[in-house]
Design a protein around this ligand. Structure first.
Ligand SMILES: CC(C)(COP(=O)(O)OP(=O)(O)OC[C@H]1O[C@@H](n2cnc3c(N)ncnc32)[C@H](O)[C@@H]1OP(=O)(O)O)[C@@H](O)C(=O)NCCC(=O)NCCS
Length: 326
């Protein structure tokens, strides 16, 4: 048996904030953001658009696109670093509640911008191991809720949204062929939420405001991101005897155009093989790869038999990717 993606779906909040609009409240400019990141817009969730709400809507879209019903699912994985509730319950449990389905398992995974790549491999394992027949894997983020809007170094980078995939058994020769999943925990402090966990609890009146939001050392993350993009693509290609000409698309985490440009040059893989949409959605962490896949599906770009690499990298520090034959 082979396991793979049967369908993809997405949910994007209607509120769209351009660089120009952001520049009215953050000390930045369209020119700086575009030239340093390739980002032009981001979508920002309303109060009602919680992480679980967006995840559920993306799941419904993926089910609709496949002509499946929610009862077909028997496991839910949600990759997110912006869960509805900080420690528990899992956001996947709230998706189960929203979908109103029983007899189903659910977990969250916290692998930041690599979360969806981890989710696909875990989904494959559940299916091949016989635990589940159809697994819903969602990447969903409400990063606007943990962004310090007074910090121009991070406020310009992130957006909200959700992307989903329904996984199941697929035709021999297609599906998730291989995955590389990696962690470098020594870099835990390069991109993280400094406060609120049990190591550094929030102390009213003492915890500085900026510690309550996402923290990032931009340069450190940039250097890491370029290096691991090259490493993941090389490892997936080497392990599967692929040459650049074999690959139809690389779908990277949509963090920053400059990171992808540098990685493409070093990997000697033409930039036009990379599917990029950070211009519209900015960095949506674990949602970015499934959002890109759903957009590619809507545009009719995904054809059976295509060879696709996903590449995730981000907080944790985590990195990894999947080799998919569509
Ligand atoms: C964040 C990032 C774009 C910053 O670019 P950079 O070239 O490293 O810029 P620096 O932080 O060195 O800052 C350069 C200057 O721009 C300024 N600057 C930073 N953010 C700015 C903004 N949004 N608007 C205008 N100016 C800004 C800085 O204050 C600094 O000014 P100075 O030279 O007067 O001190 C870059 O480090 C990066 O892409 N990092 C990876 C981020 C990422 O993708 N994270 C998520 C991975 S999952």
């Amino acid at each position: 048996m082979t396991a793979g993606i049967i369908s993809v779906g997405s949910y994007i909040p209607a509120k769209r904030v351009s660089n120009e609009e952001l520049s009215k409240t953050v000390d930045t400019s369209d020119e700086w953001i575009k030239s340093h990141t390739g980002i032009g817009n981001r979508h920002i969730a309303s109060e009602e658009e919680t992480c679980s709400y967006m995840a559920t809507e993306a799941a419904k879209d993926a089910l609709n696109r496949a002509g499946l019903v929610k009862e077909d699912l028997d496991f839910i994985i949600v990759a997110t670093i912006t869960p509805d509730y900080k420690d528990f319950p899992a956001t996947a449990n709230l998706v189960q509640r929203n979908l109103e389905i029983g007899n189903i398992g659910s977990i969250d995974i916290k692998a930041a911008c690599t979360g969806f790549a981890y989710g696909l491999e875990l989904g494959r394992g559940l299916i091949l191991g016989g635990t589940a027949k159809k697994v819903l894997v969602v990447g969903a983020e409400k990063l606007s809720a943990i962004t310090n809007w007074d910090d121009r170094g991070t406020a310009v980078l992130f957006g909200d949204g959700a992307g989903a995939a329904v996984m199941g058994s697929v035709d021999e020769g297609t599906g998730i062929v291989d995955s590389v999943l990696r962690t470098d925990g020594t870099g835990y402090d390069a991109l993280n939420m400094p406060t609120g966990g049990t190591a550094t609890p929030y102390k009213p009146g003492e915890t500085p405001k900026e510690d309550m939001y996402l923290y990032m050392d931009g340069q450190r993350v940039y250097n890491f991101a370029v290096k691991v993009n090259v490493d993941i693509v090389k490892e997936l290609m080497d392990r599967n005897n692929l040459i650049p000409e074999d690959i139809d698309y690389i779908v990277p985490h949509q963090a920053n155009y400059r990171i992808i440009l540098a990685a493409s040059r070093r990997s000697k893989i033409p930039l036009d093989k990379y599917y990029l949409n950070m211009e519209e959605y900015a960095n949506t962490s674990s949602a970015s790869i499934p959002l890109a896949l759903a957009e590619m599906d809507s545009k009719g770009l995904l054809k059976k038999g295509m060879k696709i690499l996903t590449v995730g990298f981000g907080g944790g520090l985590t990195y990894g990717g999947n080799y998919i034959v569509w």
